[in-house]
Design a protein around this ligand. Sequence first.
Ligand code: ADE
Ligand code: ZN
Length: 338
Amino acid sequence: MATEVTKEFTQGLPKAELHLHIEGTLEPELKLKLAKRNGIDIGQETIEEVKETYNYNDLASFLAVYYPAMNVLQKEEDFYDLAMDYLRRAAKNNVRHVEIFFDPQAHTSRGIAFETVINGLYRATVDARALNIDARLIMCFLRDLSRESARKTLEESLQYKDKFIGVGLDSDEHNNPPMKFFNQFTEATKHGLHVTAHADIDQKNSIEHIRELLEVIGVERVDHGTNIVEDPDLVEFAAKKEIGFTSCPLSNSFVTPFMKGKEVLELLSKGVKVSIHSDDPAYFGGYVSDNYYAIADKYNLTKEQVVKLARNSFETSWISTEQKSIYIEELEKYAKEN
Ligand code: ADE
Ligand code: ZN
């Protein structure tokens, strides 16, 4: 039996996007345009040639394509254009609120100033108001770099503290447990920043990493993290504490053989606040509505389940209770009328 959910329904669904790497929205068109503008030879000249380089089947092979591409991002205007391109797409997906990840170390390590990155991105989040989107930034630490690099990055970022709302943790998880960054998470919390972190799919020690995040570091959300289903006690804990789990079906099906829809449905049924997002949409074949539709289609989701996933996205976002109620009311009205 086919799902009752249509592509149009997922597109118009009011939603919050909470797991979106801005560097992962760099579409081949913009990559080529920026390469030309900045006089950078990326080794490809057409969209087809760029797409031919998109060969990956796990996290490490994806990251090996992802980081070198960022070299086309040089000036404040480039970061602004990158974010505005994404935000225009988000508006078409009826994203009402977005919390955007950015990786300063991927840029400062190539000689681009922190200020260049954050000012370009921040200006786009301000201009997003004209698109009726409330956009915020989350600064991620690259977990495969040193603690000292993360410490320096956090220290430098604090002078721009009014321009981002939280910290995250991403990049290669292999042998890089969350506890490596315990001090940075503690320090960030002291400064009033929110805290989330990736627990990528099917990693060595996935469950231990999720346990560290929930029981020791005290994150508010886990990015991916569906391996938690392997530990019923942790699932119960996550449900009780209303921890958000940001799942990305299309990205999952690139870096593992599965979309992890079964795990998402299990978490949903156990009262965990799991939600659907797009991760690196320019690399994984779809924006957030495509991700909703992909999981709905493959796992035969009901409209009610899809609406619940969207509701969870608002409930676990870092906005005021009043603002959450406004968005949820909008969502309920949409669900009733469509
Ligand atoms: N950086 C960009 N996308 C990522 C992902 N899915 N996991 C870890 N690091 C990332
Ligand atoms: Zn991610």
